[in-house]
Every structure is written in C-alpha cells, then in structure tokens.
Design a protein around this ligand. Structure first.
Ligand SMILES: [Zn+2]
Length: 338
C-alpha cells in the first residue's frame, strides 16, 4: 500500500520482531533469527517469516554452531580467522575474516542454505556485514560477494539481501586506522560508493542503514551544536542520493538502568531506545527529532517502492517494551507509517 501526504509518498516501516517481544499496538509476522557462526540453532515453531542476522564480527566468534561439527566441513570459513590480542594481551579474540576469498563466499552461502534447511524456513531477509578494510577492498569484496548472491538467489528467488554499515567491534589491531572504524562500509561515503558499484555490477544487494553506527562513524557527537545540524544535513543529503538502495533500518540507543540502590548504570547496545542516541553520540536534546525528520525526508521520496524493514535493536531486559513503544510513537510522529 502506498501512503501519500500532499502528493508525497510516505515511508512505510515493516517491523521485524527483535528479541521476540509483543507490543500492544503493533504486530509483525517477521522474526529476527541469529545465524552467527556461534548461534544456537533456533527452534522457530511459529508461522512467521524470518530475517537472518548473520555473522557481524562484533566480539569475535567461535564456530560453535552444530553445523560446524561435521568433520571436514566449511574448511575455508573455519580457517580464515584472526586472533586479536585485547587488553594488553591478557586475552585474545577470534575474528572470522568475512568475504576474504571466493571460496569463503561460496561456503558462506552453503552455510546459510544449510542453516535455513535445518530450521525449515525460507528467509525473507538475509542481513550480511562488511569485511575489515585492512584485509580486502570494496572491489574485491563485491567480486567475492557475487558468488554468494548467485547461490542464494538460485534457492531463494525473492529474498532481500541487505548489508549493514558497521562501526563497533573489538577488532582493534590496526595501528594505521587509529580511531577509525575497521569495517569497509562505515561512513556515508562508503555507502555511496557501494551503491554506485551495486548499480554498475547490477547486483541485487541492498543496504540496511544502522543509523546509530553511521552517526558514530562520523563522530557526530564531537560536533558543536551549531555544526551538528549541518553535519546531519550533509549525511542525510547523501542518504537521499542512495535511497533506492536502502531497504532496511536499524535503530537503537543508549540505555540507563537504575539499580535498587539508586545507582545508575549505562548500557550501550542493545538495552536502549533511540532517545539514548542523544547521550550515546553526545547530541543536544533537540538532536533526535532533527535526525528522524531528516531521515524521513531522505528516505520517503525515492523512485522505487519505499518500504523498509525496521529492526529496533532493543532487548527485552529492563523496560525494553516501554522503550520500543516509545520509539514506534516517535517514528510515527516524525512521519513514518507502519
Ligand atoms: Zn544494527
């Protein structure tokens, strides 16, 4: 269905159930399922559709999913890893090196197919993540990715394959990057370049925009209040240029837990609501509505269908349900439809 206000198409959000909680005024028939290399095989016994969240290299990953148990299977996935020393070498983290070779991409597609077969589901969405940029460049990534896409689309003709922009990870051994994100696709200019190359190569790949991670990678929090509006305006202007390649949206923030003794504890991901983004990226209070309104304008007027899968990355813990209800209202007030 298309929504129009004064002749302008409005953006419609399709809610994806994250952390499986039910809201009073909103329902969804699509569940997010974790398909990381150390995911437990989910038993999803309802009729809902699924959105697979695949390996994202946040804190490393062991290959503890039972699909890796068979001897001799997925050799390339299991061998392409790097151990990164953390906290002055006191512990190390084991990171899979995503998209590192053609063989890796083929095995990754086979892993996704086997995963879906095991849980007896046809995915509506498969979310993938970018590799580390000290390992592989964008052209190499897309050459490897294409093998993955072909295999997946042969089996799941209508699936949406979405890549998420990434910033936060414990992968931090890259001297030359200093405080930059180690991921190949982090900043808005990375997304624009990706979009151009997707078009040239005629790929089906689309983007799911993780807004908090995007703002972080631009260090928006370091803007002065005067510069803030300009910075967000610039970012959203670029988002508008590539809105035809955006098909998903991730929102989360920064949460506060008040302990019984009155002590405050802060959580970054994912206990929180979008209002927390102000604190997380250190925005002045009026910042959040400015961002959402810019976002609506950047997304709503695109040529193609303008429906976006919304993954509100908020955990049920604490008062997750209240936070999510509030976020949904805030999105509606900003001009999104459900
Ligand atoms: Zn995300």
């Amino acid at each position: 269905m298309e929504f129009r206000i004064l002749g302008i198409k409005m953006s419609k959000l399709i809610l994806v159930n994250f952390d499986k909680f039910k809201l009073d005024n909103y329902s969804s028939n699509i569940d997010e399922i974790c398909a990381k290399f150390d995911a437990k095989m989910a038993v999803n016994d309802n009729d809902n559709e699924i959105s697979l969240h695949t390996e994202f290299c946040g804190g490393g990953s062991r290959f503890s999913n039972t699909l890796f148990d068979k001897e001799g299977c997925y050799q390339e996935l299991k061998s392409q890893t790097e151990e990164v020393y953390y906290r002055n070498g006191n512990c190390y983290i084991h990171f899979p090196l995503l998209w590192i070779s053609k063989e890796w991409s083929i095995e990754f597609a086979e892993y996704i197919l086997e995963f879906c077969q095991k849980i007896k589901k046809t995915p509506k969405v498969i979310e993938i993540h970018p590799p580390f940029k000290d390992k592989i460049n964008l052209d190499e990534f897309l050459i490897h990715y294409e093998f993955f896409e072909k295999i997946i689309l042969q089996k799941f003709h209508n699936v949406n394959i979405l890549i998420e922009n990434r910033t936060g990870t414990l992968y931090s051994n890259i001297e030359t990057l200093k405080n930059e994100s180690p991921f190949l696709i982090s900043r808005v200019e990375d997304l624009v370049e990706l979009s151009n190359k997707i078009r040239l190569k005629d790929l089906r790949l689309k983007i799911t925009l993780d807004l908090p991670q995007l703002l972080n990678s631009h260090k928006i929090g370091y803007s002065t209040p005067q510069k803030l509006k300009k910075d967000i305006h610039e970012i959203m202007r670029s988002i508008k240029l590539i809105n035809h390649h955006i098909k998903g949206l991730h929102l989360w923030g920064y949460g506060t837990e008040i302990k019984s003794d009155g002590e405050k504890r802060y959580h970054v991901a994912h206990f929180a609501g979008f209002e927390g983004i102000i604190k997380y990226v250190n925005l002045p209070i009026e910042g959040q509505n400015v961002i959402l309104r810019y976002l609506v304008r950047a997304l709503h007027d695109c040529q193609n269908e303008n429906e976006y899968y919304l993954v509100p990355e908020i955990f049920k813990k604490l008062n997750g349900k209240d936070i999510l209800n509030k976020l949904m209202l805030q999105l509606e007030e900003s001009g999104f439809k459900f």
